[in-house]
Write a protein that binds this ligand. Structure first.
Ligand code: ZN
Length: 518
């Protein structure tokens, strides 16, 4: 239908101008509500730029922009709108049209300019899409953090994550682009000072838990403050540089408890009374497997761009793996959660211990600020962390008063150290899982990793944590929500557990400490 194209366009244009005039005359624009101001960041410093909310649009007044950026603003009789000038170049705005003419080139705006008394209000996107086209310095709007950047200012994006890891609180800051920083402790605050004019970030809400009370922006510009709580002891920071960005990991370590005994929670496998009984390193058979679908309930875990939630993916895969393990190996399989419920990390390891699990597999899906990152990874407890805990555990052997008087030595198994004796087996399981998963799904370039995950540290049995892939990668998210892919992951893990069981069955019994009475 090429023929009738030309005339209707002309009619449409004429109609639009008439309509625009009619709209301007007849309808009252929705009232603009005051909103938190934007912050203008330039080489000269920072200034507030008043902003309003108009319907669902964040808008600013042309007059305010003009004062800030040395623009001229005049009424434009022809368009019934406004003409914005800068050094001989012009942006034309037409009343009622979500468009701007930038030196004759049309660009779309999310909403039309609106006259509010004597002012013109424009959506903030006007700055980046229209004004930037006639301005001689870089203009950049960072809407989410309400920043207007003028010129070459250094404003890295910082994604902040907080999570419990092995009894500590881990704060991860993904910084793009890479930006140098310093960390200083000043009183009850840990100050992370970036070499930047401002930060493009959103501050996560933190549930104060005694070690970390809050995360906030602080002075001077480019500083993030971690407000420390009464349980804070020390911190460790490490930087993982990538090609474009960097990951700053800060572990907040609680101060040692001031109780007469170290905090101990002997795993149920250790008898509460009777002669001291070291737990055998290798139980003869695989009877009970505990699967831990990560997160659940209020804790949604990671989320993909398509809205897929980690807690749903982990439960779906755990259920498939449970079915496979039961039917093929005839073992008892327990899930740390059966449905969509919140289960504390310590309770997960405790459930595995109390049910004399022979194997624990915790299932998670990963997230990254970089959408390109993908692939599954398998984790087991890092030996460094474990070694440190083991030394503490050795020091924690106590003589306890026995019934009927006297004392006897009891092997106190620190909750945090339960995993140490199983690290070798956990590494074997991680290796088998890697081999099997490599045949079924895409693996991350660093497929097997060690990390101080709390759920692993507390498990008194071989234990691994499988990150089945990155939900933040759109393609991987698509795969992870498909039943076929979930089944492929479950199958691979089933193969790994089968091989682990078979290898263990061939293990000479001598590897069980000979001191264990049987
Ligand atoms: Zn997770």
């Amino acid at each position: 239908m090429m023929v009738s194209l030309k005339r209707p366009v002309l009619v449409l244009l004429a109609g639009t101008i008439a309509l625009a005039a009619a709209v301007a005359a007849a309808t009252q624009p929705p009232a603009a509500r005051p909103a938190a101001p934007l912050t203008v960041i330039s080489a000269e410093g920072q200034r507030p730029l008043p902003a309003s909310q108009l319907g669902d649009q964040l808008v600013v007044a042309l007059d305010d922009l003009a004062a800030l950026l040395n623009l001229t603003v005049r009424e434009d009789a022809l368009s019934g709108g406004a003409a914005v000038g800068y050094k001989g170049r012009t942006v034309l705005l037409t009343a009622g049209q979500a468009l701007a003419s930038v030196s004759g080139r049309l660009v779309a705006l999310p909403s039309p300019p609106v006259r509010d008394g004597r002012r013109w209000l424009v959506p903030v996107e006007f700055v980046g899409r229209a004004l930037a086209g006639i301005y001689d310095t870089k203009l950049d709007i960072r809407k989410n953090s309400r920043l207007l950047l003028v010129g070459d200012v250094r404003v890295p994006r910082v994604a902040i994550r907080e999570e419990p890891v092995g009894g500590q609180v881990r704060v991860t800051l993904e910084v793009a682009p890479k930006t140098t920083h310093t960390i200083t402790q000043e009183g009850n605050h840990l100050l992370i000072r970036f070499d930047a004019d401002a930060l493009d970030t959103s501050i996560p809400a933190i549930a104060a838990q005694g070690v970390l009370q809050a995360v906030r922006l602080a002075d001077p510009r480019g500083t993030i403050a971690l407000d420390l709580g009464p349980k804070f002891g020390s911190y460790r920071a490490s930087l993982v540089p990538h090609e474009q960005d960097a990951e700053l990991v800060i572990d907040l370590v609680p101060a040692p408890a001031e109780t007469p005994f170290p905090v101990t929670r002997p795993p149920a496998a250790a008898p509460p009374s009777g002669p001291p009984l070291p737990v055998p390193v290798l139980p003869p058979a695989l009877r009970t497997v505990v699967l831990d679908p990560g997160h659940g309930g209020e804790e949604k875990g990671a989320a993909g761009p398509g809205g897929t939630l980690e807690k749903d993916v982990t439960l779906a895969i755990a259920r498939r793996l449970k079915a496979g393990l039961e039917s093929r190996l005839g073992v008892r399989v327990l899930l740390t959660r059966e449905g969509d419920e919140t289960v504390p990390l310590d309770d997960r390891a405790a459930l595995a211990n109390n049910n004399k699990g022979d194997l624990l597999i915790s299932i998670h899906a990963n997230a990254s600020l970089r959408p390109g990152v993908s692939g599954a990874q398998i984790y087991y407890l890092s030996a460094d962390e474990a070694g440190e805990e083991a030394r503490r555990a050795a020091a924690a052997r106590q003589s306890l008063p026995a019934l009927g008087g006297g004392t006897r030595d009891v092997e106190m198994i620190l909750w945090e150290v339960a995993q140490v004796r199983h690290l070798g087996d956990s590494a074997v399981l991680a290796g088998l899982a890697e081999e099997q998963m490599r045949q079924a799904v895409q693996l991350n370039p660093r497929p097997v990793q060690q990390a101080p995950f709390r759920v692993l540290a507390g498990a008194n049995m071989p234990a691994v944590l499988v990150e089945v892939g990155f939900l933040t990668n759109a393609a991987e998210e698509e795969r992870l929500k498909s039943e076929a892919h979930q089944e492929a992951i479950a199958r691979a893990l089933l193969e790994a557990v089968t091989r682990f069981r078979d290898a263990r069955a061939q293990e000479p019994r001598a590897s069980v400490p000979p001191t264990v009475p049987r």
